[in-house]
Ligand binder design. Sequence first.
Ligand code: DLL
Length: 434
Amino acid sequence: MWSPEYESMSRQRLEELQLKRLKATVERIYQNVPFYREKMKTQGIKPEDLQTLADLKYFPFTTKEDLRENYPFGLFATDMDEVVRIHASSGTTGRMTVVGYTKKDINTWSEVMARSITCTGGGPRDRIQVSYGYGLFTGGLGVHYGAELVGATVVPVSGGNTKRQIQVMKDFGITILACTPSYALYMAETAEEMGIDLRTLPLKIGIFGAEPWTEQMRREIETKLGIKAYDIYGLSEIIGPGVAIECQEQEGLHINEDHFLTEVIDPQTGEVLPYGEKGEFVFTTLTKEAFPLLRYRTRDLSLLYPEACACGRTVARMHRILGRTDDMLIIRGVNIFPSQIESVLLENGDVSPHYQLVVDRKGNLDDLEVWVEVSEELFASEVRKLEHLGKSIKQKIESTLGINVRVKLVEPKTIQRSEGKAKRVIDRRELYQK
Ligand code: DLL
């Protein structure tokens, strides 16, 4: 462990520490950020009303809309002179979400990323290829600083130029790859075209996140790259990558709870749910200076479990992200998550992990078409076989989702590859509304 003192502290000591830090955070944002002061006043609550961790539920949530309305620096809690870095994430709609870091915040981020890398078995002897984008996106620089703190050799390739990525991986003897899971698969495909078998390289660990993926996709990546693939979770608003990560047990993601207080709520009612129940993740930062957040609604859905892990860490773990409140598709009234479809597809050996969901409105009815790439071998085989595969996929998806879908099998390499976050859903219904 990078910081055993914090990663394996008793629940009681952790909660004492969290309460102390939470009180300080609430007091500071009340004093320094007019937005929070007003919100708390409207809710008739003051910092001193926070006596226990459970009292947090009386405090207001912060949403993505609040961040947009206070664009760009309205929620910063320090003087701009103390801000040493800005990052931003560009959502698909509206203004960017802008976040800031003081020197201490950068150190905190490096610390949680150093813990994360160590958690996967990485260390000073590793060579880490950072293929997350560098820039306003937090992926590249976030992993970079953590890897340097660990003492690993960092190769900051950033995203793109996939052939060169493979060359670097091979020639530099890379042992850890950090990128989105969809990009890892794209790299595997490119390597194959270049006649390079990634399984024969020293590469042994993958640190993959920034987008949803499934257990099946993990298996696919592990087999194709000959590595262990670890899920890393984070969001710019809270810090970037490093909020939570899997350990070598691969049984849920350890949350850095001494820095990020976690609640799971019912997205409809806002009520806090007990451990083990699926809901929306809500984080409160406990140590951030420039951009602290109170009860930030992530829209990410998962569940939390508090049991200590076999690895010795005692912090709570989250299940891998199961969907988002906003990428949930509602098709003919039925709630559908892309990950459900991905699981069905990848259980089937003949299709590649590349797929896209195309939603349209035909007449007054929603229509879902699932585009699936088939493997080279299968594509070259008889039409009858393809038809059979199409039918069987359709049947499986329909029995999982409970709605009718159309399945379109497409040629290998026709679905657009991504070097960052993959775009799985094309919702043409939205286009009509604009
Ligand atoms: O994606 C930070 C990050 C960089 C995480 C590199 C991991 C690795 P944003 O661009 O602000 O930040 O996007 C945050 O991405 O709310 C989730 O919906 C999604 N996300 C991030 N990690 C995972 C993951 C970065 N492991 C949003 N599984 C979050 C599923 C993830 N979704």
